[in-house]
Design a protein around this ligand. Structure first.
Ligand SMILES: [Cu+2]
Length: 355
């Protein structure tokens, strides 16, 4: 609160100074003398460039250092270390270029401020300089892009065959989680079947969906590859798991995926961070509407044995919703009886004709 007050006072002071300055220039114009006052305005602007560089640079450095831990939660996945290395390599190279160019920008603005009688040096063309400042950024950029592309193709390559599969579906405004059950196959879904009970749109006429279960939070085993199948039910969302360095869009009508291997269980992370309430989280990282801020889901990384115990305790969606299952059985029966009503003879000649 105090900090906000100080900021407000500073902002108001700046406005007051700005207005006084304008007033001074206007009075000098009306009183007939302009050149001297323009000189003053130039000098003030030149000094402000330097002030901005020092104050702005210090504020930027302070906010970066102050929030460093929030931006860099401890890594808890195998590929996380590689992406982290890549990120910091890029950040350091760009940081050096950014700092140097901005110091030049502000210092030159000060140094080459308008002075009576000084003429600018006219510098039309220089091939050597053109080549240097085109070639160096091009080579550095190509190196960064190539390294990034190689790492990205490795991370987004096919998941190992024994990966634990689960589906995460984003909707306004929460995440739904579905596991494939013991057969390790996610059953068919159909958006037309979505209602208040059947939030996923389970099509229970598909046998492989009968043992699928939904869960209020994500559980994954430590040290085992996990394949996330990602969907969206309405608008663009993004699956963001900061500790695992996982981020992938959830796009309506276009399933996406991401696989990763968690390396630290929730308990281990609680011990490491010294926070007994620590929980991994999945947050939506794409502003998706009014309730976007509330799209948070807990992730629990279990020891493999605990994961198996949790998995075996889960009840399938069809078991928990016998009414939904019954409605599918009715439909299937109706379909079967309709088919039975068609004389076999009518089907067989058509099949023969097509052979
Ligand atoms: Cu969202």
């Amino acid at each position: 609160m105090t900090a906000l007050g100080i900021l407000l006072v500073l902002a108001l002071l700046l406005v007051v100074f700005g207005l006084l300055f304008r007033l001074q220039i206007l009075t000098s114009i009306f009183s007939g003398s302009t050149t001297r006052e323009v000189g003053v305005s130039n000098r003030v602007n030149a000094i402000l460039f330097i002030v901005f560089m020092i104050v702005g640079g210090a504020a930027f450095a302070w906010s970066f250092v102050d929030n460093f831990d929030k931006m860099n939660p401890p890594i808890a996945s195998v590929h996380g270390h590689a992406t982290e290395r890549m990120f910091w390599t890029t950040m350091i190279i760009l940081g050096i270029v950014f700092t140097l160019t901005h110091i030049l920008l502000f210092v030159y603005s000060y140094k080459y401020q308008h002075k009576e009688g000084r003429r600018a040096f006219f510098f039309p063309h220089n091939n050597k300089i053109e080549i240097i400042w085109t070639l160096i950024p091009a080579v550095v950029m190509a190196g960064l892009v190539f390294a990034g592309w190689k790492e990205w193709s490795r991370i987004t390559g096919p998941a190992p065959k024994d990966a634990v599969v689960l589906e995460v579906m984003g909707k306004q405004f929460n995440w739904l989680v579905r596991y494939p059950g013991r057969d390790q196959k996610l059953g068919m879904v159909n958006y037309r079947l979505i209602d208040a009970t059947n939030e996923f749109g389970f099509d229970l006429s598909d046998q492989s969906g009968l043992d699928d279960f939904v869960a209020p939070e994500i559980h994954v085993p430590k040290g085992h590859p996990v394949l996330l199948r990602i969907r969206s039910r309405d608008v663009l969302h993004a699956v963001y798991m900061p500790h695992f360095r996982v981020q992938m869009y959830a796009v309506p009508g276009m399933p996406t995926k991401f696989w990763f291997t968690p390396t630290k269980s929730t308990d281990e992370m609680r011990a490491q961070t010294g926070n007994p309430k620590f929980n991994y989280e999945l947050a939506c990282n794409q502003i998706c509407g009014r309730g976007h801020f509330a799209m948070k889901l807990n992730i629990v990384v279990d020891e493999p044995d605990d994961y198996v115990a949790w998995f075996s305790q889960q009840k399938s969606f069809s078991e928990q919703n016998p009414d939904v299952l019954a409605s599918f059985k009715q439909k299937t029966n109706k379909l079967a009886s309709k088919e039975a009503a068609i004389p076999a003879a009518a089907v067989v000649p058509a099949a023969k004709a097509s052979l």
